[in-house]
Write a protein that binds this ligand. Sequence first.
Ligand SMILES: [Zn+2]
Length: 79
Amino acid sequence: METTYIQTSDGKAKVEWWPEEKFRNRATEVFTAETYERISVPDDVILCDFCNITIEEFPVPVVWGTHALCKPCLEKMSK
Ligand SMILES: [Zn+2]
């Protein structure tokens, strides 16, 4: 996985370029006293965490290890 850095208004931010496989099999696990539930996150829907558009190009830039970004938002973030 490629890692790059962008210069933002808050300083340097690390950008990880995630391949499609890294978004597969994501799930949210919900535990209560008696139940256990695994809620799958659809594999084919990757949304930009900043503007909510669907990202269809791979690899996807992910900042801070958690936030997927579309290309226009990545450009907006870079100074
Ligand atoms: Zn965006």
